[in-house]
Design a binder for this molecule. Structure first.
Ligand code: FES
Length: 90
């Protein structure tokens, strides 16, 4: 049965895609992240990380406390060089 419930709203990753990633060998949130892009959206996993941990726990039989968390990174946005120049001119 295909499960189309969206778990990661930012990247539109479904529960089935996460289950497929786990069956492909992912056993951590980062493993799921690399395979599906879940946790890479604007909220950086604040909304979906706990749900993904629970799905991993359910599918692997692990205790949720044993599952390694997501390595969150600050969102990077391109800026113009002029922003540095303006700061130095103050
Ligand atoms: S809901 Fe997954 S990154 Fe925002």
């Amino acid at each position: 049965m295909k499960n189309d419930v969206i778990i990661c709203r930012c990247q539109e990753v479904t529960e089935q895609e996460i289950i497929d990633a786990i069956r492909d060998g992912a056993s951590t949130v980062d493993g799921v992240k690399r395979r599906t892009r879940a946790c890479m959206g604007l909220c950086q996993g604040k909304t979906c990380e706990r749900l993904i941990e629970r799905i991993i726990a359910r599918e692997t039989g692990k205790n949720p406390a044993e599952i390694l968390p997501n390595n969150a990174r600050m969102p990077a946005r391109p800026i113009t060089v002029g922003l540095f120049r303006d700061k130095e001119g103050e």
